[in-house]
Design a protein around this ligand. Structure first.
Ligand SMILES: *Cc1c(COP(=O)(O)O)cnc(C)c1O
Length: 524
């Protein structure tokens, strides 16, 4: 026996000789109980109000002000999860959750998450856990190939450029980020630094102040946040207005006009964030035409396909990504639609070397021969932070356990359920569909002739529906129109849940509408 570690046999300690934070038998006992608890939760999840009905501060008022000085029993803690935590949960896994976009889950991903947590590898570079880096490369290529992304986004794509095969950095590849926000920040930084370098030795600040970025008024707010963080001037962020007439898609012509005006004003176009499946209404920006517009300007084109990108594993939706071979990067979040639990956002880049250039650091304590020879991928240089979890296990388990066919069936089934909801709305003369339902999201509202009144009615309807706890929906405003969003796709949702949610909506609409409203709607 060499080093005995900290001395827990100190007789003055309250648990003299007992403290062992990872005793494998104790672990087994507790973990079995938690698994039972979770399985029971999933089984009875419909009994809970989907939207938590607690008031702000409810938990702060219930729990002690300080942590205990003596350890407490596991039973007691689990009991408090039931007592205090459960009421304050909004049940994202509930089959009656139709808000935002679903955050999908699966047994396979859960198993992957358990393994990830168990190994606790901090895989910042290859050597820190070779399996973590290489499995990530494998699953990123697998998913890229399921999506029919061009080889230029894949590690295995380097086979087609043998000249450069000595170094991973010359070819494309993918990385798992936590969220889309991180994916956009990383690519925007790479684009910024490329632009600064190309312009030559600089007055950095003067030059940065000239960089202009583009998106539409439907681009996710995470883009604006990324711009703030990366130092893009607020006045140089062009969020080009879209219209209901063009289904809220970014117009290539409007983009071209904006770029031309900026160039004429001496500004430098830097980055375009195109969206496949916007958050408000799942609008699809016309990638092929957009790429055509920007070719002559050396603009970094990123595609944000956080939610809808997953649908492209089905051949009938792949056309939504037409033109992707000419973009610089693409992000897609399997935690939204590919059953993989939070957090999991895939980012593919054509030239990871640009990410590495901007994001790499090489402190002495992380150095090793392999990293210095550039013969391995060190993922710390492809992301914001240094430490990283073994996230790829989750996706590996999902892709292997279900296979392409089941995953396609899962996407199609959700879209089928959304069609059922859409038909229910269309068959009712009091309601209307307000944006094309491209995937699993249906945007709808109570009709009305007077816009203020209509908005107020729909707001009231939303409140009413959510206060029942029997369904949860959210809203958005697009083109100045307040609308309700019904997002189908929570993993446990079946047809009868969709039909039941529609019944709740109908029932609450009867409460919200006055006789006068009803008469007006009839006359529309
Ligand atoms: C959900 C969503 C985001 C935000 O994703 P995070 O992973 O939470 O950063 C960005 N873009 C689109 C289109 C989304 O739907």
């Amino acid at each position: 026996m060499g080093n005995l570690g900290p001395n827990f046999t100190d007789p003055s300690s309250p648990h003299a000789g007992e403290f062992q934070p990872l005793d494998h038998e104790e672990f087994r006992r507790q973990a079995h109980r938690v698994v039972d608890y979770i399985a029971d939760y999933y089984k009875s999840i419909e009994e809970y109000s989907v939207l938590s009905q607690v008031k702000p501060g409810y938990l702060l008022a219930s729990l002690p002000k300080t942590a205990p000085s003596e350890g407490q029993r596991f039973d007691e803690i689990l009991g408090d999860v039931r007592r205090y935590i459960m009421p304050g949960l909004t049940h994202w896994v509930s089959p009656n959750f139709f808000g935002f976009f679903p955050a999908t889950v699966s047994s396979a991903a859960f198993m992957g998450e358990m393994l990830c947590t168990a190994f606790n590898c901090v895989g910042f570079n290859w050597l820190a856990s070779p399996a973590a880096t290489e499995l990530e490369m494998v699953v990123m290529d697998w998913l890229a190939s399921m999506l029919k992304l061009p080889p230029s986004f894949m590690f295995s794509g380097m086979a087609s450029v043998p000249l450069f095969s000595f170094s991973f950095l010359w070819t494309g590849g993918g990385v798992l980020q936590g969220t889309t926000s991180e994916a956009i920040i990383c690519t925007l930084v790479a684009a910024r630094d490329r632009a600064i370098e190309e312009i030559g030795p600089p007055d950095y600040h003067d030059y940065t102040s000239k960089l202009v970025v583009y998106g539409s008024d439907q681009t996710h707010s995470t883009f604006k946040k990324a711009c703030q963080l990366v130092g893009i001037r607020p006045s140089n962020i062009r969020l080009i207005p879209t219209t209901a007439k063009s289904n809220f898609a970014l117009s290539p012509l409007d983009l071209q006009k904006a770029i031309k005006a900026d160039v004429a004003a001496g500004l430098v176009p830097l980055y375009l964030c195109a969206t496949m499946g916007t958050t408000s209404t799942t609008a699809i920006d016309p990638l092929e035409q957009l790429v055509h517009v920007v070719t002559e300007y050396n603009i970094w084109v990123h595609v944000d396909a956080a939610y809808a990108g997953s649908a492209c594993i089905c051949p009938e939706f792949r056309h939504c990504l037409a033109g992707v071979e000419r973009v610089d990067s693409l992000s897609l979040a399997p935690h939204k639609w590919l059953l993989s639990y939070l957090d999991c956002c895939c980012l593919w880049v054509k030239r990871p070397s640009l990410l590495v250039k901007s994001l790499s650091t090489n402190p002495e304590y992380l150095k090793n021969k392999l990293s210095e020879s550039n013969s391995v991928v060190d993922y710390k240089d492809w992301q914001i932070g240094t430490g990283r979890r073994f996230r790829s296990l989750r996706l590996w388990l999902v892709l292997r356990s279900y296979g392409l066919e089941n995953l396609q069936a899962h996407i199609r089934s959700d879209i089928g359920l959304a069609r059922i909801f859409e038909d229910l709305v269309r068959s009712d003369s009091q309601f209307e569909i307000v944006a094309p339902a491209n995937f699993g999201l249906v945007c709808f509202r109570l009709k009305g002739s007077e816009s203020k009144r209509t908005e107020a009615l729909n707001k009231e309807l939303l409140e009413q529906v959510n206060s029942t706890g029997r369904a949860y929906i959210t809203h958005t405003i697009a083109g100045g129109v307040y609308m309700l969003r019904f997002a189908v796709g929570s993993t446990l949702t079946k047809e009868h849940h969709v039909v039941a949610a529609w019944k709740v909506i109908k029932e609450r609409a009867e409460i919200v509408l006055t006789t006068e409203d009803r008469n007006q709607i009839v006359n529309l």
